[in-house]
Design a protein around this ligand. Sequence first.
Ligand code: KG4
Ligand code: ZN
Length: 336
Amino acid sequence: MLKVILGIETSCDDTAAAVVVEGKLRANVVASQQALHNRYGGVVPELASRDHQRRIVPVVRQALEEAQLKPTDIDAVAVTYGPGLVGSLLVGLSFAKAFALGLGRPLIGVNHLEGHMYSVFLEPPSPPFPYLCLVVSGGHTQLVRVEAGFQHEVLGRTRDDAAGEAFDKVARLLGLGYPGGPKIDQLAQKGNPAFVHFPRPRLEGYDFSFSGLKTAVLYYLNQLSEAERSHLLKYHLADLCAAFQQAVVEVLIDALRRAVEATGIQHVAIVGGVSANSGLRAAAEALSRTLNFQLYIPPIAYCMDNAAMIAITGYYKAQAGLESPLTLSAEPTLAV
Ligand code: KG4
Ligand code: ZN
């Protein structure tokens, strides 16, 4: 039985390692590269992979120290192999393969999106199967019906920008820096969402589209004179953020409401970076009371990219005998 799992995550701009022992989190280390990419307004892939290379060994070492374990105590190594930036993925994957090969332990490849989907199993309460899972991150937005462990059906996904990407792009338009989601969220809490009405794109089924919303914000800013624009950014920035955030939240909540009504599933999880959004959390809680379903949103540390979710997914994969060959390659466009 594989009890002690080292999880490694380097798919984007966080170098992370975690240890799960018999399904319980024992250590969780994340080294964020945010400061490195901040001034470029987004993640620079080449800088990201170089930084992962610098940090991967100390981050893993720290996770082992926090778990009070030696490398030889590890039973299996779980690692994100996609989706993500190829140069970033390769650092974690190469490290994990070397670690597994050196110690003669199995390698377990984990899909980053599955990691988000199973992040709800890190801490109780966790949902029973089946549950609906809204994955909202910087790279992905999808609504998934999770039938059982490693069996799921994607009900809908974004056709263009992910929800987090829309937050980041709009934040950039407003000069708020990267990543913009938390900044918009903070400002939105003080703003009036009725200040301006942005469109709520609704597609067939459960698919999403957020690029039009971002463009609507751009057009709104562009039709103003220079003076109007600086007045707006000075006095109504919070209102603008609130209006934009409410549009995103309403689109997500509308899909969730329809999916709960259509499937009758009583357990709903919201995971990924955007699940940290206060407006989304409040609206989801209100919906759960109206439709009488159980809502599961992980603590913020497990919403953002982390290796704890990779380690816990790896743990369940190990119990199911789902190991990977050492020839496993990075898959930047891996889907679930
Ligand atoms: O899951 P995550 O850490 O990385 C990916 O897998 O993409 O998500 C990062 C995304 C970023 O786009 C960030 O702006 C967004 O999550 N985000 C938020 C909030 N906190 C993070 N978006 C809206 N409100 C927040 N409070
Ligand atoms: Zn993620």
